[in-house]
Design a protein around this ligand. Structure first.
Ligand SMILES: [Zn+2]
Length: 248
């Protein structure tokens, strides 16, 4: 399959033109034209690239690629090593950031909801990346924490009263603790994101809305995974997801 066909398909699916992102979406580094094996992951770290190469990948697809706004644009140091590795082995680097967070089916938020059994009812009017919905069944914050630990294989950091009953929940994968200020007065019982900041704890305590920090990496595994499965079906392309464990 030609790399351009895959990019065209994904650009359309994820509606990349709708987003004003912090990085370029789509093909970030051009390797081979003919794609025979795609490996997906969360972040294009050196370890991920090496593992993907070992698995015979000529194309990698990630949520966190390169060339972020505000980063030093020169290709030196660790960035040189990564890009050098891709070019030397002619590996395509495909990255989708916000469009992959937001997609209603294959996006990180939607896929995380599927894994955790959250039912999405709406998105926040002012911040459409934040999903709002409910649990299939109300449970205590402690039970919810155990449920998340079981499903994501990672213990979340939870701020709130253990016995507080949770039914209405808002969530946004990754480092979306900044949006807590937009949701704490939205008649929800808990807000879940990947990361947490010092002041998040105070907002949780003072608002009475529980905060769940479930891991940036852990919450953003499921979008790239779903996209790889979709490409396997659509293009009869061998794909694989490689999880490089990350404690954050
Ligand atoms: Zn992220």
């Amino acid at each position: 399959m030609h790399i351009n066909s895959i990019i065209e398909y994904l650009d359309n699916l994820l509606e990349v033109n709708r987003f004003n992102d912090y990085c370029p979406n789509g093909l970030q580094v051009h390797g081979r034209d003919d794609v025979k094996k795609l490996v997906a992951g969360v972040t294009a770290s050196m370890e991920f690239l090496e593992r993907a190469h070992q698995q015979g990948a000529d194309t990698v697809l990630v949520h966190h690629g390169y060339f972020w706004k505000n980063e030093i644009p020169t290709i030196v140091g660790l960035k040189k090593k990564r890009i050098d590795f891709l070019l030397k082995h002619e590996i395509n680097l495909i990255a989708y950031h916000l469009p992959l967070d937001a997609h209603p089916i294959y996006g990180n938020n939607a896929q995380l909801a599927k894994v955790l059994g959250f039912r999405q009812q709406s998105s926040l009017a002012l911040q459409p990346l934040v999903s709002v919905g409910s649990l299939a069944q109300a449970m205590s914050l402690k039970q919810l924490s155990q449920h998340i630990q079981h499903k994501l294989a990672r213990q979340p950091l939870v701020i709130g009263q253990e016995n507080k009953m949770i039914k209405k929940i808002a969530w946004c994968t990754g480092a979306a603790q900044g949006y807590f200020a937009d949701v704490w007065d939205q008649d929800i019982d808990a807000y879940l994101s990947g990361e947490i900041s010092e002041n998040t704890v105070h907002t949780a305590n003072e608002s009475g809305v529980a905060y769940i920090s479930a891991g940036h990496h852990a919450t953003e595994r499921y979008g790239p995974m779903a996209l790889a499965q979709l490409l396997a079906q659509e293009f009869s392309l061998p794909t694989e997801f490689i999880d490089i464990d990350n404690p954050v």
